[in-house]
Design a binder for this molecule. Structure first.
Ligand code: 8GP
Length: 828
């Protein structure tokens, strides 16, 4: 419908891809001079970063527009990934790589007097997540775009991401992460997309002229959701998908009654409160805290996203029953479970669809991913709080529950207890809404994130639901990581070396091609190059440690790394107790023995939830040990201990490629999958780990000679805990020595560690004492094997060669095929 003369003008002047370096430079300078209103005389690294990213962003937007047009005309089913967290990290390097303009940009800015590395350093991390779950969402949207699937992410545009961590006197101190100080070039504000969202109010029903009972929800508080779009470029494809993040704003009409009464200021202040909804990310990992604001965030985001999705569907003028043929929605944990209820509400209250037909649409649309079996992480909302905030949703939940329980009663008429066990409403005081049960009942597929975990949810927390629905509803999709960020971006040198053997960089798209380096595992030249790159990466980390912690690090020592959220179940306490044991052993060594010992650098990093006392105590102990050990001249290079503050995605990109050993030592059955384990192995580090989560599948892929496993198996955990509760289990003797050292004040005031120690000497819920000897044995093996360069390096190469399975591209293909039923759309 556009006249051809106009069309020609549009096409003539449409923004094109960069033909070469000069076109990039032209755009760069234009942005310096106009967007930033600066010049060559006052363009610092920050301004240069901003101009370069604006130029790159312009290109992303062109590809983004093309992709969206294509997907709209193709009119095929899309997936929407609903996640309260997207832990994206920095965007610029990834955008250059995926758009294939890294070289152009690098030499383009070099001519203008800048180093690309310095510009990249200017970008703040987009840290809109806590840990594994949020980073998984980021890897997944990279893979959805890279494999050409039509899919969007939906999340919240927090003004404050995960807090920044400093270490003061050995303790964690939090400060706010205001990451939007300088405008964010990677987002496109969509001020025209505004959606009204309601909270509170009341419900009423009436019978309309057709004799139908109609439910209405009204009289509540309104806020507005505004969309911000973040382009997500695929690697080696033009496909550029969308991550839509919602920000809360006051509605246009603010409180006129107050205004008229002359209380102008307070009416403005009230309306400002709306903005707090999307202000801050809750900083808990694997822990649920039932705050009203969190439920508000959840509904705000879910309602805005569904409104958007439904609006897009309605434009196609299809009948409602075809909704699940056009739309798949994945619930990343239970955080977006309200979407199940909201879609049912839209269909029955607003669109006049009958209950059963609506429910059919709902259940065929949703899939639910569970990320944890830890009871303290499972969301349950108190019914009174819920009813107050979302009265109509509560009514619908009661209805969903009623129909579900009727069905269960019919199927199992004799099992009276079953109904109470599977009810969405827990009969506690006050009653609680069990969000995981609602998610299961409202979805057609439920998946865990690694094989062991997917089995565990079927036999423990969701056992009754397997009885009710049969086993087919429950499945496994083992997590993965994007090789673009976690190999190419983090470890460009290793990437080049691999490419020299594979013959291309195609392994970044088909990670199974890594197999081609396996024949070189014992090739001395290849080994040498491999070792040189590891050393280079260790030196890069050493430089960082020198800067942040003030110590010189011996890069020939074994780098032993544990970086992840601090949590008792992840057992950083066991690691630091092991370090103390090593320290005591070194102190007892003769000079001869010392010559035989393997020097180690033990590196810790990770944030504790601000209110998690035990995790904070663990951080304090690590720092206290670090201070004593690093200053002890008896020990010298044999042992150094560092806590790297403020662990985040960008730091992970430096730390991960530098490890010789990384620790993934959760109590068996507690870590659903883990994904950093995959990142470390992909970068040529070996794992010291328990038989837990994805460690098991990594072992299967890389071979059990190429991993150090230890500890009790998941099936014995219950019995061991039982023993601790009902009998006196003697403390591991080595651990006892460690505790004695702490208690006599070797690491400062022992009072600080009383509760940490008694968590082990008491019920030892995480089985630190039970696994300690086996942990030390495994560590001893590590020390020995590290001395033999050929075995060590060949193991490292072999392990990398067999990591193809852990690409998030594979995970996304599995979701697409078995849950979403969507197909890629080629961009030609
Ligand atoms: C994590 C699991 O703990 C981890 O094993 C898994 O690899 C990861 O999810 C991705 O599947 N869970 C969380 O990060 C989590 O529960 N985060 C809370 C903020 C909700």
């Amino acid at each position: 419908s556009i006249p051809s003369e106009s069309r020609q003008v549009w096409q003539k002047f449409g923004v094109k891809e960069f033909g070469g370096k000069e076109e990039f430079q032209q755009e760069f300078i234009r942005h310096v001079e106009t967007t930033l209103a600066r010049s060559m005389y006052n363009c610092d690294d920050l301004a240069a970063y901003q101009a370069a990213s604006q130029a790159i962003r312009d290109r992303l937007i062109v590809a983004w527009n093309k992709t969206q047009q294509k997907h709209t005309t193709k009119d095929r089913k899309r997936v929407y990934y609903l996640s309260l967290e997207f832990l994206m990290g920095r965007a610029m390097d990834n955008a250059m790589l995926n758009a294939g303009i890294k070289d152009i940009t690098k030499s383009g800015v070099a001519d203008l007097g800048f180093k690309i590395e310095d510009l990249l350093e200017q970008e703040p991390d987009a840290a809109l997540g806590n840990g594994g779950l949020g980073r998984l969402a980021a890897c997944f949207i990279d893979s959805i775009a890279s494999t050409n699937y039509p899919g969007w992410g939906y999340g919240l545009r927090y003004q404050y991401g995960i807090f920044k961590q400093r270490i003061v006197d050995g303790y964690q101190v939090e400060s706010p992460d205001y990451w939007l100080t300088f405008s964010n070039p990677w987002e496109i504000p969509r001020y025209e997309i505004q959606i009204d969202i309601m909270f509170y109010g009341y419900t009423r029903k009436y019978t309309n002229d057709d004799g139908k009972v109609v439910h209405v929800w009204e009289g509540g508080e309104q806020v507005q959701a505004v969309a911000y779009d973040v382009p997500v470029p695929g690697y080696g494809t033009e496909t550029t998908n969308n991550l839509r993040l919602w920000a809360s704003k006051p509605t246009r009409e603010f409180d006129f009654e107050k205004f008229n009464a002359g209380d102008y200021e307070s009416s403005v202040r009230e309306s400002q409160k709306a903005e707090t909804i999307s202000a801050v990310l809750y900083p808990n990992d694997n822990f649920y805290s039932g705050k009203e604001l969190r439920l508000k965030q959840q509904y705000f985001w879910v309602a805005a996203s569904l409104n958007d999705i439904v609006r897009r569907f309605k434009k196609t003028h299809r009948p409602w029953k075809e909704f699940p043929d056009q739309v798949a929605i994945q619930l990343n944990d239970t955080h977006p479970t309200l979407a199940v209820v909201e879609l049912q509400r839209i269909l029955i209250d607003m669109e006049g669809v009958e209950w059963d037909a609506a429910w059919n649409i709902v259940t065929n649309t949703f899939g639910y991913t569970n990320h944890t079996v830890l009871p303290e992480a499972l969301e349950k909302w108190p019914v009174p709080l819920f009813t107050n905030l979302l009265p109509r949703h509560m009514e619908i939940i009661y209805e969903i529950n009623l129909f579900f329980l009727q069905k269960v009663e019919k199927m199992f008429p004799k099992e009276r207890d079953l109904l109470g066990r599977v009810s969405i409403i827990e009969e506690s005081s006050p009653q609680q809404v069990r969000m995981a049960y609602l998610a299961i009942i409202g979805s057609h597929k439920v998946n865990g994130v690694a094989e062991l975990h997917s089995e565990l949810i079927k036999t423990t927390i969701f056992k009754d639901f397997v009885t009710i629905y049969g086993p087919d509803k429950f499945m496994n999709v083992t997590n993965g990581i994007t090789p673009r960020r976690w190999l190419h971006q983090a470890n460009p040198k290793l990437c080049d070396l691999i490419a020299s053997k594979v013959g291309s960089y195609d392994f970044l798209k088909d990670l199974n091609l890594l197999k081609k380096i396996e024949p070189f595992a014992h090739d001395p030249k290849f080994q040498d190059e491999w070792v040189t790159i590891k050393k280079f990466n260790k030196a890069r980390l050493a430089a960082h440690i020198k800067q942040s912690n003030g110590y010189d690090v011996n890069v020939n020592a074994l780098f032993d790394v544990q970086v992840k959220r601090i949590h008792e179940y992840k057992r950083q306490q066991m690691n630091i107790f092991g370090v103390i044991h090593r320290y005591l052993s070194i102190k007892a060594m003769t000079e001869e023995e010392k010559k035989e010992a393997t020097p180690r650098v033990c590196i810790f990093g990770g944030k504790s939830a601000p209110g998690y006392y035990m995790a904070k105590t663990i951080i304090k102990l690590i720092n206290a040990v670090s201070e004593v050990v690093n200053a002890d001249t008896d020990v010298g290079d044999l042992l150094k201990v560092f806590f790297i503050a403020d662990y985040n995605v960008s730091k992970a990109e430096i730390i991960v490629p530098a490890s010789d050993i990384s620790q993934h030592i959760s109590t068996a059955g507690t870590e659903a999958s883990g994904t950093s384990n995959m990142k470390f192995v992909l970068n040529g580090g070996l794992i010291l780990g328990t038989v837990d989560g994805a460690n098991i599948e990594i072992t299967r892929e890389v071979g059990e000679n190429n991993i150090f496993l230890f500890g009790h198996l998941a099936e014995s955990v219950e019995d061991l805990r039982h023993k601790h509760r009902f009998s006196d289990v003697p403390l591991d003797p080595n651990l006892e020595k460690v505790f004695n050292a702490i208690e006599i004040g070797t690491f400062g005031d022992p009072n600080i560690y009383v509760s940490l120690i008694s968590s082990v000497t008491g019920s030892d819920y995480y089985l630190v004492s039970d696994d300690f000897q086996s942990y030390l044995d495994a560590q001893k093996l590590v020390d020995q094997d590290f001395k033999n360069k050929d075995t060590w390096v060949s193991r490292s190469i072999t392990a990398v060669a067999n990591m193809g399975f852990f690409s998030s591209d594979r995970a996304i293909d599995e979701y697409a095929e078995s849950i979403w039923n969507i197909e890629p759309i080629a961009m030609d």
